[in-house]
Design a protein around this ligand. Structure first.
Ligand SMILES: CC(C)(COP(=O)(O)OP(=O)(O)OC[C@H]1O[C@@H](n2cnc3c(N)ncnc32)[C@H](O)[C@@H]1OP(=O)(O)O)[C@@H](O)C(=O)NCCC(=O)NCCSC(=O)C[C@H](O)C(=O)O
Ligand SMILES: [Mg+2]
Length: 340
């Protein structure tokens, strides 16, 4: 393979295949969410690891996934379960499995191992196309090696941020699964008073602005993925009830270059699909810039702003994403004024 297939993957929806209620919902979700991911790793109780694996085999065999992709997150490479996860899934449902997500990736050696094992199992099972690999960025060493990880195998499909494990590994002083923290802020300067500075803001209140804990990590991950032609994703937003904070975190990731995110609860799917689909007004503007730029060279004025080759290239990113999403979604096609 020379190019990673680019299919919509705005929401990677996690479900626990050992949870009967969740598993029962999967067939009806097929075709409505870009990626359905059977999770075998964290959030699955140790006693349920085998049930989750077998549950995913059953779901994989019996479900018509339609336009949805089927992914799995296997257990960590240093766990007692991962060898059986890969062996059983590839030999039983390898032809249905699009991507294997590998947690806690530390460096190139982890991806080499999975790559070789997948190749052996695919050959044994007669799987006709390569199963792709997705790494989770959730260790300090993985972060330091992110560029190398992205380029280590032609199977590499993308990378997700794992903010909870990464925070623990880095010894950050947070207790959350993704999202910001009110203590991570900047404060405006203290006002000068006759007797010094009003540092407590008693006379002139000092405003504070919460900062994004994940800015550096996401930006670096985006660059590493772009350099190797693979796809970056935000990860989990654990405060399921905070739909506003969730939308903001997803949008920051979208604006920085991520193509999608994880969804942990059905209510996050609509947010992810909306945020990771460009807004119709942005697509409209991008189309006007493309039109105004003619052969793509030089500079033009549009609505009082200068447009040139570089803004054209950004607009083409937007238009091409809109075209791709419109192909499989008549509602978006209508909103973008494009063919469905
Ligand atoms: C978070 C949950 C435990 C919440 O579950 P629950 O309390 O059951 O929520 P609700 O009562 O609101 O559920 C309403 C109905 O929806 C079904 N449901 C819930 N979640 C899902 C789902 N993900 N897919 C399909 N269906 C779902 C419930 O069964 C209810 O059904 P019904 O009773 O018939 O109406 C739960 O959502 C959950 O477990 N989500 C997945 C959690 C997960 O995968 N976590 C791991 C990923 S995050 C991570 O690993 C950290 C990362 O690696 C890092 O390091 O940062
Ligand atoms: Mg994790």
């Amino acid at each position: 393979m020379r190019e990673i297939p680019s299919r919509p993957s705005r929401a990677i929806h996690f479900f626990d295949p050992s949870n009967a209620k969740m598993a029962a919902k999967v067939p009806a979700m097929a075709g409505t969410v870009d990626v359905l991911l059977g999770n075998l790793e964290d959030a699955i109780k140790a006693d349920n690891k085998e049930a989750a694996r077998e549950g995913l085999v059953t779901i994989g065999r019996e479900t018509d996934f339609g336009t949805s992709q089927l992914w799995t997150r296997v257990n960590a490479l240093d766990s007692p379960w991962v060898l059986d996860d890969l062996t059983r899934l590839v030999t039983e449902i390898g032809d249905k499995l699009d991507v294997v997500m590998v947690p806690k990736v530390q460096g190139a050696e982890d991806i080499h191992y999975v790559d070789r094992l997948l190749a052996q199992l695919e050959a044994k099972a007669g799987v006709q196309r390569p199963i792709l690999v997705h790494a989770i960025l959730e260790t300090a060493r993985g972060m330091a090696n992110v560029e190398e990880i992205c380029g280590v195998s032609p199977r590499m499909q993308g990378i997700s941020l794992g903010p909870a494990d990464l925070a623990a590994d880095r010894r950050m002083k947070t207790t959350r699964v993704g999202g910001g923290h009110p203590g991570y802020l900047v404060r405006s300067d203290a006002a000068k008073t006759d007797d010094g500075y009003d540092v407590h803001g008693e006379q002139t209140p000092r405003s504070t602005y919460q900062q994004d804990l994940w800015h550096y990590t996401i930006a670096r991950m985006v660059d590493a993925c772009a350099m190797h032609g693979i796809f970056p994703y935000y990860g989990p937003y654990g405060d399921i009830t905070d739909v506003v904070g969730c939308e903001d975190q997803f949008r920051n990731a979208f604006l920085l270059g991520c193509v999608g995110t994880w969804t942990l609860h059905p209510k996050q799917i609509e947010i992810a699909k909306r945020v990771f689909s460009p807004a119709p007004e942005d697509v409209e503007h991008a189309k006007r810039v493309v039109e105004a730029m003619g052969d793509g060279t030089g500079a033009v004025m549009l609505d009082g702003k200068m447009e040139d080759d570089a803004s054209l290239k950004q607009c083409l990113v937007m238009v091409r994403l809109a075209e791709q999403l419109a192909e499989g979604d008549p509602e978006l096609a209508a909103a973008y004024g494009m063919k469905g």
